[in-house]
Design a protein around this ligand. Structure first.
Ligand code: MN
Length: 680
C-alpha cells in the first residue's frame, strides 16, 4: 500500500459531514454539528504548532474515523477527545451534553494520554497498559486514540526535531503493533511509514526512489496479470476486482534489514483479487492455479482458519508471467474491510442498518485481556496491580497470535520460549523479534512480537544459562542438561561391553581421574559442609554441588575448587564438561556409612481422591522418614500434585520410599522434584 499524501490544508465541518454521508453512516447531523460547535468553542484560544486553529485536529481525527465507517458516538467523542484534558470542559459537562456513552469514550481517551510523569520506558509501558485497559471497556477508545496518533503523525513536521524522533519511536514500539494486533492494517501501515520517515530519513528516501524507478515496470506487469485473469473470470461469470500491491515502505525496510535485496523484494509481484462471495474465492483460486503453476508450500487458507485478528483470505504463490513469483490474495469485500480496518470494520453500517456485532470479542488480544481482568476483583485493584508491576520492571510482549506475555525486564527469547512451553524452550533454535531474526540473547522490549523457531533436533545449550533472566528458564535448562547427560550414560550402559569404562568416563565427563587420591565423606550437616579425610589430612571443606544435588549412594566425583574446598558432583553432571581441561583437579570420592540425613524434594502426582494426602503421608512414615514439609495442590481438574521435603538417609532409602508410594492407589508418578523431564 502506498502512503497517503500529506495534506495539511484545513478543512471545515462540511468535509466531515461529507465523509459521514459518503460512508453511509447513520448519524444525526445536528448532533455532529453541536459537538463540533462545543469543541470549537472550548478550543477557541488554542492553536496547533502548525499555526492552525486547534479545532482542525479533532476534526481531522473525526474524518479519519468517518472514513473507517465508525458510528456516530465515536465521531462525536473524536470531536471532543481533547476538551477534557486541555479546556475548561469537564467530563460531567460532556455527559450532560452528549450522554454517557460519549462521555465514557472521551474519558477513556483522556486517561490514556494523561500520564506523562515517568521516565521514557516506564511511560511507554504505562501508556500501553492504559490502552489495553481501555480496550477492555470499549474498543472504540483505542480506535479513537489510534486516529488521534495518526493525525499527529501526519503533522509531525511541526514538532521540534528531538521530539519528533521520540514520538516516532513510540509509534513504532506501541501504536503500530497495537493497530496490527487489532487487525487495522491500513492505519498500521501509515503509522509505520510516517514514523519510519522520521527515524530513518535516508533509508526512507532510498526506498522511495527504488519504488519510483520500478513503478512503470511493476504497473505494466500487474496489467498483464489483471487482463489474463479477468478474461478467464469473465468466461466463467465471476465478478472480481484485481488490485496491484506494493508493500509499504517500512515493510520493505524490514525485509532489507533481514538481508534481502531490492531485487529479491521487487522480484516478488503481488496482486489482490476481491470478489463478492466466499465460494467465488475458491473458484478464483482454481482458475489461478490452471493459468499459472502454483508453488505448493505457499498456499494458505485463512478463510477456513482465520488469523487471530480475524483476518481472512486465501494466499497462494504461483510462477507468474516472465517467471516472476506472483503472490495472490483472494478475498470477499467483507474480508477486505476486516483486513484493512480490523476491529473497526465491526462498527460499519450497511444499508442504513446498524450492523455492529460483538464479534470483536473473538480477537485473541481482547480475550486475553478479558481473562486477565477476570483474575482480579475490580478495576481499581487491577490498576493498582499494574502500577505495582511497573516498579518491578516488567515488560509486555506478544506472541505472533497476539497473546500478551508478561516478562521480567531483561528477558530474552529463551525466557519467552520456556514460558510458553517447556518443549518449545527445549527445542528453541532461533527467534524472530518483530519479524526479524535476532540472537537468542537479545533483550526484549515492551510491544515486541516474538516468534520462536523450533527444531526437533535442537536442544538447550549450557551457554543459555549465561543470559536467561527467569529462574523458570534457568531451572528447565539445567534440568534438561542434567537429565540428558543421564540418558546418555544409561544408553552407554545398555551397550555395555562394547564401551570400555575409560571411554565411558571420557564420553560423559571427559575427565580422567587420578587414582591415588581417595576422599571419604565422613559426616554431613545441613549447611552442606562435610569434614573429609584426604590422604590423611582431615577437615577439608566439602560442598555438595547445587547443580546436581548428589545424595549418598549416587556415583560421585570431587572437584577441588580454588579456596573453597571440594565440590561433590554426580559423575554425569553436565557442569563437569566445562571443567574437562582441568582433570588434575578431580578427586575420587566415596560415601562413608553415616547416620546423616539429606533433605530431598519429592513430588507425587496422582488422580485426586479423598484421603490421598493422608495415605501418602502414612506410607512415608512407615519407612521411618521425617517429613520436613508437605504441600498439596490441584494442578488440573482431578490432578493432584503433592510435594514433600523428606529427610532421606541415602539412595537406597529414597528408592524404597519411591517404590512404596508408587503402589498407592491413584498415584501416577513419583520422582525427585528436580529430575522429571517432560516427554511426550
Ligand atoms: Mn488529540
Amino acid at each position: 500500500m502506498l502512503p497517503l499524501e500529506l495534506k495539511i490544508k484545513s478543512r471545515d465541518i462540511d468535509t466531515l459531514i461529507g465523509a459521514i454521508q459518503s460512508n453511509s453512516i447513520n448519524a444525526n447531523i445536528e448532533t455532529i454539528k453541536r459537538a463540533y460547535e462545543t469543541a470549537n468553542e472550548a478550543h477557541k484560544n488554542q492553536q496547533r504548532l502548525s499555526g492552525e486553529p486547534f479545532i482542525v485536529h479533532p476534526m481531522e481525527v473525526a474524518i479519519i474515523l468517518a472514513n473507517l465507517k465508525m458510528d456516530e458516538t465515536t465521531i462525536i467523542a473524536a470531536l471532543l477527545h481533547d476538551t477534557v484534558e486541555d479546556t475548561p470542559i469537564d467530563i460531567n459537562k460532556v455527559k450532560e451534553l452528549f450522554g454517557d456513552e460519549v462521555a465514557l469514550l472521551v474519558d477513556g481517551v483522556t486517561k490514556i494520554s494523561s500520564l506523562k510523569k515517568h521516565t521514557k520506558q516506564k511511560e511507554q509501558a504505562e501508556t500501553l497498559r492504559k490502552m489495553l485497559l481501555a480496550t477492555i471497556q470499549d474498543p472504540r477508545v483505542i480506535i479513537i486514540k489510534l486516529a488521534d496518533k495518526l493525525h499527529n503523525m501526519r503533522t509531525i513536521m511541526f514538532q521540534p526535531e528531538n521530539k519528533q524522533k521520540y514520538i516516532a519511536q513510540e509509534v513504532l514500539d506501541i501504536y503500530a503493533p497495537l493497530a496490527g494486533r487489532l487487525g487495522m492494517s491500513q492505519i498500521r501501515s501509515e503509522l509505520e511509514d510516517l514514523a519510519f520517515k522520521v527515524l530513518y530519513p535516508d533509508d526512507y528516501q532510498a526506498i522511495l526512489e527504488h519504488i519510483k524507478a520500478r513503478r512503470t515496470e511493476l504497473e505494466s506487469y500487474i496489467d498483464t496479470v489483471r487482463n489474463t485473469l479477468l478474461q478467464r473470470l469473465k468466461e466463467l461469470n465471476i465478478e472480481a476486482q484485481i488490485q496491484g500491491r506494493i508493500k509499504h515502505h517500512y515493510s520493505i525496510f524490514k525485509k532489507l534489514q533481514q538481508g534481502r535485496t531490492f531485487d529479491d523484494i521487487f522480484d516478488l509481484r503481488a496482486v489482490r483479487v476481491i470478489t463478492n462471495e466466499v465460494k467465488d474465492c475458491y473458484g478464483i483460486l482454481g482458475i489461478v492455479h490452471t493459468i499459472w503453476t502454483p508453488i505448493p508450500s505457499r498456499f494458505k487458507d485463512y478463510i477456513a482458519v482465520p488469523k487471530s485478528n480475524m483476518y481472512q483470505s486465501l494466499h497462494t504463490t504461483v510462477i507468474g508471467p516472465d517467471g516472476h513469483p506472483l503472490e495472490i490474495q483472494i478475498r470477499t469485500w467483507d474480508m477486505h474491510a476486516t483486513a484493512e480496518m480490523g476491529i473497526a470494520a465491526h462498527w460499519m453500517y450497511k444499508e442504513g442498518i446498524k450492523s455492529f456485532t460483538p464479534k470483536y470479542k473473538s480477537i485473541t488480544i481482547l480475550n486475553n485481556l478479558h481473562e486477565w481482568e477476570n483474575e482480579v476483583r475490580d478495576t481499581r485493584e487491577f490498576i493498582k496491580e499494574l502500577k505495582m508491576d511497573l516498579y518491578e520492571d516488567e515488560i509486555f510482549v506478544f506472541t505472533p497470535k497476539g497473546k500478551i506475555i508478561k516478562l521480567a525486564k531483561g528477558s530474552t527469547p529463551v525466557d519467552f520460549a520456556y514460558l510458553i512451553h517447556t518443549e518449545i524452550g527445549n527445542h528453541c533454535a532461533g527467534a524472530k523479534v518483530n519479524n526479524q531474526l535476532v540472537p537468542l540473547k537479545t533483550e526484549l522490549k515492551s510491544g515486541d512480537i516474538i516468534e520462536i523457531l523450533t527444531n526437533k533436533k535442537g536442544h538447550p545449550s549450557p551457554s543459555w544459562l549465561k543470559f536467561v533472566k527467569s529462574s523458570n528458564a534457568r531451572y528447565k535448562i539445567r534440568n534438561w542438561l542434567r537429565k540428558n547427560a543421564e540418558i546418555e550414560e544409561e544408553h552407554l550402559e545398555k551397550e555395555g561391553k562394547q564401551v570400555s569404562d575409560k571411554n565411558k568416563k571420557e564420553k560423559i565427563a571427559n575427565v580422567s581421574i587420578p587414582e591415588k587420591e581417595l576422599v571419604k565423606i565422613k559426616s554431613y550437616n545441613n549447611k552442606r559442609k562435610v569434614g573429609i579425610t584426604i590422604n590423611g589430612t582431615s577437615n577439608v571443606m566439602i560442598k555438595l554441588s547445587q547443580c546436581c544435588q548428589p545424595i549418598p549412594g549416587d556415583n560421585v566425583i570431587g572437584f577441588i575448587t580454588r579456596g573453597r574446598g571440594i565440590t561433590v558432583h554426580k559423575r554425569n553432571c553436565p557442569s563437569l564438561l566445562r571443567l574437562q581441561n582441568e582433570s588434575e583437579r578431580f578427586v575420587d570420592i566415596k560415601w562413608e556409612q553415616s547416620e546423616s540425613t539429606y533433605p530431598v524434594k519429592l513430588a507425587v502426582e496422582a488422580l485426586d481422591r479423598p484421603n490421598l494426602l493422608k495415605d501418602v503421608a502414612d506410607e512415608i512414615s512407615l519407612t521411618k522418614t521425617n517429613i520436613i514439609k508437605a504441600e498439596a495442590s490441584l494442578v488440573a481438574k482431578d490432578q493432584a500434585m503433592l510435594k514433600f521435603v523428606l529427610e532421606v538417609k541415602g539412595i537406597n532409602h529414597l528408592n524404597d520410599i519411591i517404590k512404596r508410594l508408587k503402589q498407592i492407589r491413584n498415584v501416577t508418578h513419583v520422582y525427585k522434584l528436580n529430575e522429571k523431564v517432560v516427554l511426550k
